[in-house]
Ligand binder design. Structure first.
Ligand SMILES: Cc1cc2nc3c(=O)[nH]c(=O)nc-3n(C[C@H](O)[C@H](O)[C@H](O)COP(=O)(O)OP(=O)(O)OC[C@H]3O[C@@H](n4cnc5c(N)ncnc54)[C@H](O)[C@@H]3O)c2cc1C
Length: 489
């Protein structure tokens, strides 16, 4: 008899791990847990094995600054989770208290200039002025693209869809913004949203993530009350209510060590999958997985503050009301950051993504304490602490920021890989959003989540539709498995 820790219920559940299972899921990130929840809800017996000390992968929340102060280690803001068809279908959303700010993203160019992307269409139109109609068109295009990308396995629905989206979605950011928007400030704000994916702004396909995330500014970029862990806990609760078990601190290194199961899902990187499956994998598929490309990394700083960030200028209120801020003086700063990273160099003056969760969710810290986080893109595997550059950029737009910092925790790109083996080189999406991997992830296939081994599936964000906390990779893998049924091995 082994004991399984249930973060969701904060209790231990006894189960015999050596039993035969309908489904085993390796990795309890949002995709692994979504696969497990989908299988459990379909009446399958499910065992989840997680290497880390707690469930959640990229949605873990800890108390690193002290008891009662809840810090999101990785993901913090959830536009894709809030609008996820998988979470909707599983009823995850109803188990989470989503806090949806009125301002989805606030962009600071300087201490006295910024732009607020309001959810309210009238306020947004006032803010965007002559670009308001163009932004609406971008949102509509993103919605069509999402319907196509999120609903289907791996490939666009049909070639006509690709032809329709191709010229815009597959364009480089630089080309798209020049055609789509007239105001340089809107162009920079959109470029920052699209550059979340960490691709050079001149790369083919770099606009597509911007259309999806830009479209979601309308629905909202929320945080989960209490921290991102709430998402993992909600998924785990569905698994456990369906009779499943979850075991933490259990790293799977070899397929042979798994208990017998009809279907196995791996929420791991393609690199880890080749190690775990070893010679069982046909060499052609193995070589295809070896060609899979990982992107650059991030260096993140979590701040404990004595006061909220002292934003200034006409957008100060919006910057204080959003869960997500971006800092880039202009498009050149974004272009130079991403170009430097692509060439393996640290950016001198990186553009910044950040947030202040305690502005939205006071439950994260006792009265008087404030939390903020910020990160920038850095070369893969970098172990350099660039917090000085990050602080300088925030301080440029919020003079006096340095003086309100009480404590900081820096996680380098190398540190993220040490924290979670899926973040190879600190790549937070477990694979670059290259043109090839936008169209076919992890390998070109009509069954992108299935491996050549019967009943064995890859379900991490290295599969379609890619990075972010939305569970769609796990959901699609589980639905494929349910449709395909049990095949004897
Ligand atoms: C700093 C940072 C900020 C981010 N910000 C956001 C954000 O704001 N919003 C957003 O939507 N996304 C964000 N992301 C991305 C998001 O966290 C990931 O895309 C998402 O977590 C991927 O989910 P997953 O289930 O595929 O993998 P993961 O969340 O990485 O989970 C994989 C799990 O599998 C486990 N595992 C791996 N190998 C093994 C093994 N051999 N045996 C057992 N267990 C194993 C790992 O320990 C891990 O728990 C961020 C990521 C990082 C790092």
């Amino acid at each position: 008899m082994r004991h399984t820790w249930l973060a969701s219920a904060n209790r231990w559940k006894g189960s015999d791990v050596s039993d035969r299972w309908d489904a085993i899921v390796v990795g309890a990130g949002p995709n692994g847990l979504t696969a497990a929840a989908t299988m459990a809800r379909a009446g399958r017996s499910v065992l989840v094995l997680e290497a880390g000390p707690a469930i959640g992968g990229g949605t873990r929340t800890d108390e690193a600054f002290g008891a009662g102060i809840r810090r999101d280690i990785c993901s913090a803001v959830h536009p894709t989770g809030y609008s996820s068809p998988a979470f909707d279908d599983l009823g995850v959303a109803e188990r989470i208290d989503w806090l949806v700010p009125e301002v989805s993203v606030a962009h600071a160019y300087s201490a006295d200039d910024g732009l607020a992307l309001y959810r309210d269409p009238h306020r947004l139109a006032d803010e965007l002025g002559r670009d308001a109609r163009s932004w609406e068109r971008m949102v509509a295009l993103g919605a069509d693209l999402a319907a196509d990308v999120l609903e289907l396995p791996g490939m666009p629905k049909h070639p006509l869809a690709l032809m329709r989206f191709g010229p815009t979605a597959l364009a480089p950011i630089e080309a798209f913004v020049r055609v789509a928007f007239r105001d340089e400030r809107t162009r920079t704000a959109f470029a920052a949203i699209a550059a979340h994916a960490g691709r050079p702004t001149t790369a083919l396909g770099s606009t597509a993530p911007g259309l999806l995330l830009g479209m979601l500014t309308e629905a909202g970029w929320p945080v989960a009350a209490g921290g991102s862990q709430a998402i993992a806990d909600a998924l785990a609760a569905i698994v456990v209510e369906g009779g499943g078990s979850i075991e933490t601190s259990h790293t799977v290194r070899d397929f042979a060590e798994l208990p017998p199961a009809d279907q196995v899902f791996f929420d791991v990187s393609p690199r880890a999958l080749t190690g775990i499956l070893g010679d069982r994998l046909p060499s052609r598929y193995r070589r295809a997985l070896e060609r899979y490309e990982y992107g650059g990394g991030v260096c993140k700083v979590d701040f404990l503050l004595r006061e909220p960030i002292p934003w200034t200028g006409p957008t100060a209120d919006a910057l204080g009301a959003t869960a997500t801020f971006h800092i880039a003086a202009d498009r050149a700063q974004i272009r130079e950051t991403e170009a430097a990273v692509a060439h393996g160099r640290l950016p001198d003056r990186p553009w910044i993504l950040g947030g202040e969760p305690t502005r939205i969710d006071r439950s994260r810290a006792p009265d008087g304490a404030h939390l903020a986080w910020a990160y920038c893109h850095v070369p893969a595997g970098s172990d350099v602490d660039v917090s000085g550059r990050i602080v300088a950029e925030i301080d440029r737009c919020a003079p006096g920021f340095r003086d309100v910092i009480v404590d900081r925790i820096v996680t380098t790109a190398a540190g993220f890989e040490a924290h979670n083996p899926n973040y190879i080189g600190g790549d937070i999406n477990c694979g670059a959003a290259t043109l090839r991997q936008l169209l076919a992830r992890p390998v070109p296939s009509l069954r992108p989540h299935a491996t050549p081994l019967p009943g064995v599936y890859l379900c991490s964000s290295a599969t379609a539709p890619g990075g972010g906390v939305h569970g769609m990779c796990g959901y699609r893998a589980a639905r494929a498995a349910l449709n395909e049924g049990v095949v004897s091995r």
